[in-house]
Design a protein around this ligand. Sequence first.
Ligand code: G1P
Ligand code: ZN
Length: 543
Amino acid sequence: MTFEMVKTSPITGQKPGTSGLRKKTRVFMAPHYLENFIQAIFNSIGGAKGKSFVVGGDGRFFNRQAIQTILKIAAANGAARIIVGWNGLLSTPAASHLIRINGTDGGIILSASHNPGGIDEDFGVKFNVPNGGPAPESVTSAMLAETLTLSSYRIARLPDTDLDVLGETELGGMQVSVVDPVEDYLALMRTLFDFDAIRTMFAGGFSMCFDAMHAVTGPYAKKILEDVLGAPKGTVINSVPLEDFGGGHPDPNPIWASTLIDLMMSDNAPDFGAASDGDGDRNMIVGRGQYVTPSDSLAVLVANAQLAPGYAAGIAGVARSMPTSAASDKVAEKLGIECFETPTGWKFFGNLMDAGRVTICGEESAGTGSDHVREKDGLWAVLLWLNILAVRKQPVARLLADHWAEYGRNYYSRHDYEAVPTDAANDLMGNVIGQLATLRGKTFAGQTVSRADEFCYRDPIDGSVSDHQGLRIWFEGGGRAVLRLSGTGTEGATIRVYLEQYQPDMSAISQPAQQVLLPLQQAVADLVRMQHFLGRTKPDVVT
Ligand code: G1P
Ligand code: ZN
């Protein structure tokens, strides 16, 4: 008997509303834990019989072992075919693309994104639906409910599949296709961007540093930037995916990618710098001497997308998450295209993209992408920037200055207060919510509130309502502060404070963002009684 039915007990403690399950690696490694969750995924979508799925991950510790388990459970559940990345590797956007072009019934992506990897670090399992996007809340709730009631899983007791050899094999009657993780993704990128123009730019001496942070985009970036586009060898650094990402956080922001930032601010800076996260869906863009905030990056991409062949006909609309700055709104207004404000999380963009209402989407947390897949896509953003630079032939700093001169500048920063005791975080938020209706006209540290509310989103396509999506406070003079609790933190609560100050007239010299935002920061600290609830007013992480 090769298929075994194993009795199991429920797993508990997941946060509803997230698009998968993210836990410490050892939790996933505990007997029956991963097995239980995978069986729950299959049960909640009506079984795996006769179905096909894409499976791959970001290469972190436990990735390969987890894939073997998933293959055996899929086989025992009667799946027809699994498409798996060579060596178990698939970036999140590449997995999304494979689901779409192969018309599979979904995909299982193994990653904890930008969080560290290792036996004592993080692991995650995400289910993507047939449109290639993260499972919507209705699907994940069903999955998580299933983990609490199922009492057994089916697993094939068969040898491991060799993931290092490309091609077709068979496992207990199920077809396993080990595919090159880069090939189809590269073919897609060729349809979107002017590779010749970018190649010419590199041939003309344009220099770049791409930090793959020892994560999954290493092989993608090496192949596309160095082999295909002709960037000099060594353009991609930290290009070999490691199980522990070399001990760092594969998080492309000025804190965790500080080596790249330091290089870009130095005398030896190349023309262009970029980085991507663990699973390749986030990106950081930095020019020589010029960091580009993700909100500004989104606005620049929307304003210039038509320079790339894939968007030459123009874009349908743009969507940004609520805390993301309104810089892209200004561009949308000028272009006369629709512009949407959605709750935090990529899944809220899916319906708008499927309905053809938006082409480009972005989040302040370093996520940008378009309707070419249904995930955010780090390398896509980098290639679109390269295409734009190849056409405009301007340094990043010049391009950004011109952008601000045209649209005004949305000074922007996110302040995170991490590992806050959950009660203190809830008390602080509850206290502000209690005052929302009466804030208008009140002054805090010299800043007068002009409007305040709690963000509630009604999906324009399916009418579903998501409430309690963060507090918005506007101030006279173009300031806005947003407060919300993180849904992805692993220790206590994380309070995120997003500060934005619009400056329409950029004829004045640009000032450092933190300096411009200081009055807002102080007003928020006063308004939410930060010292009283948290015993501090200084954030842990400023991005
Ligand atoms: C964070 C980001 C959010 C992103 C999510 C998943 O969520 O802020 O934009 O979609 O990670 O990558 P948060 O911890 O703020 O809930
Ligand atoms: Zn990610």
